[in-house]
Design a protein around this ligand. Structure first.
Ligand code: ATP
Ligand code: MG
Length: 420
């Protein structure tokens, strides 16, 4: 990238319906105080993109020419964070405004070396996509565009800044960000970047498993899981992220699979503001290979309970090379898998004890996904649904009715064992 300063295209923010009132009062205050202290300061990144598109921004990021120590002198409520690239968090009650100094290329996060500050146009060019590199000065009411982001926003194109191959190689996570933003904003990827993703996808193996875990949560727990999964499959990135599941993905994960149903239900929960957990997500992401592995062990004569343990072990071991799944999620994830066979055991007090256990709910929800994907016995799932709805005497009657129909029970058992 050249060192010659680039003149920005400058546009009235009002042209895009952006007024200072549409941004957080605290963010505005941070910009004003920096400017009063003699520094240039702008709002930047996702918040400007979202405002122009008419979406509510998640948060407001400020950039300035002031260096971190200078920022701290302007704000008593500022805290410097980050070791490699220091930036300031200015705290207003529960709201934190992130203030960064203009940064030069290359070394995006996680970069080597010390702070490398730069000019505002260098700061624009080190960002990932043109639509993420717009600068808004709420005092002047102007938007500065150094990389053609406004034209791309109007054309609804997601374009990498600079040479896409170079930028993807510099930080392969940008490929996942490309998929995620294209889906979320409903933008087209620019040029032939799609072919680039398929070719450069394996570079994601160089990324730390912990960082990929965070990216996977952004892809699958933010409300667009189904569309993101389809896009990842289309660009051959799904198999890179989830090697044990790669064989099941093909170009598009089958629509009626347990995974796609899990993702659809996650999207719905997110839309309703309900909590979602990575334990359930990863249980679904890895279900097919674990299921297949367990069946393989059973066919080799391993007892079912051991077969499931071994399959879970094997698949998780393979997956953890690419993506970290913290213990607090992988433990309940394995429970969801191992408990799937518990649903068959309903005699005596077994059903009641299972119902009262802490892990029942997650395992039951998972059984429901499987039943709807024809991966588990629908009648068995319906039985457990009813078992929860009726009162104590109803439950007792249901369990007793099971032993009165030994034939039916045997048949159901055999069928569900095959499905297991
Ligand atoms: P979101 O609404 O999802 O937060 P965002 O655009 O704010 O979207 P962030 O991940 O919060 O995205 O990053 C803030 C800004 O930092 C981006 O808009 C982009 O300009 C820059 N950025 C983030 N990650 C990278 C990266 N890997 N490479 C280059 N620039 C990046
Ligand atoms: Mg952001």
């Amino acid at each position: 990238m050249s060192d010659t300063p680039v003149e920005p295209r400058i546009v009235e923010a009002l042209h895009y319906g952006i007024t200072p009132e549409r941004i957080s009062a605290h963010a505005r205050q941070v910009v004003e105080r920096l400017q009063d202290a003699g520094y240039t300061a702008h709002l930047v990144g996702g918040c400007i993109r979202d405002l122009i598109l008419g979406h509510a921004p998640k948060d407001f990021d400020v950039v300035t020419e002031a260096h971190p120590e200078e920022i701290r002198l302007v704000f008593r409520n500022a805290r410097l964070i980050g070791r490699r690239f220091r930036l300031a968090h200015v705290q207003f009650g529960r709201e934190i405004i992130e203030v960064a100094t203009y940064r030069a290329a290359p070394a995006a996060e996680p970069g080597e070396g010390d702070n490398i500050f730069g000019s505002i146009d260098e700061d624009a060019r080190r960002r990932d996509f043109t639509v993420n590199a717009l600068y808004y000065d709420p005092v002047e009411g102007l938007i500065r565009d150094y990389v053609g982001g406004l034209a791309d926003l109007e054309a609804r194109v997601l374009r990498v800044i600079g040479d896409p191959e170079e930028r993807f190689r510099e930080d392969p996570v940008r490929m996942l960000r490309a998929v995620r933003f294209a889906v979320r904003l409903q933008f087209e990827l620019a040029r032939h970047d799609d072919r680039l993703l398929a070719r450069l996808g394996p570079l994601l193996h160089d990324i730390s498993p912990a960082r990929l875990f965070e990216e996977v949560l952004k892809l699958f727990q933010a409300g667009n899981a189904v569309a993101n999964c389809e896009a990842l499959c289309e660009h051959h990135l799904f198999g890179v992220l989830f090697p044990p599941s790669a064989a099941f993905a093909g170009h598009k994960y089958p629509q009626d699979s347990v995974l796609m149903r899990a993702l659809a239900s996650t999207d719905q929960r997110v839309a309703e503001g309900k909590p979602v957990t990575p334990a359930f997500l990863f249980a679904a992401l890895l279900w097919d290979p674990v299921h297949e592995g367990a069946s393989r062990f059973v066919a080799q004569g391993v007892a079912p309970a051991d077969a499931w343990q071994r399959a879970a072990e094997e698949i998780l071991h393979a997956q953890l090379k690419t993506i970290t799944v913290p213990k607090r999620f992988s433990v309940p994830m394995r429970e969801i898998w191992l408990l799937q066979s518990r649903f068959d055991r309903r005699g005596g007090r077994q059903a009641l004890r299972f119902l009262e256990s802490k892990r029942f709910r997650a395992a039951y929800d998972f059984l429901g996904l499987r039943a709807h994907a024809s991966d588990a016995d629908r009648a068995l799932f319906d039985w457990w649904t009813r078992f929860q709805e009726v009162d104590d005497s109803g439950r007792q009657a249901m369990v007793e009715a099971l032993s009165e129909q030994p034939e039916k029970r045997t048949r159901r058992r055999r069928r569900s064992r095959r499905a297991r």
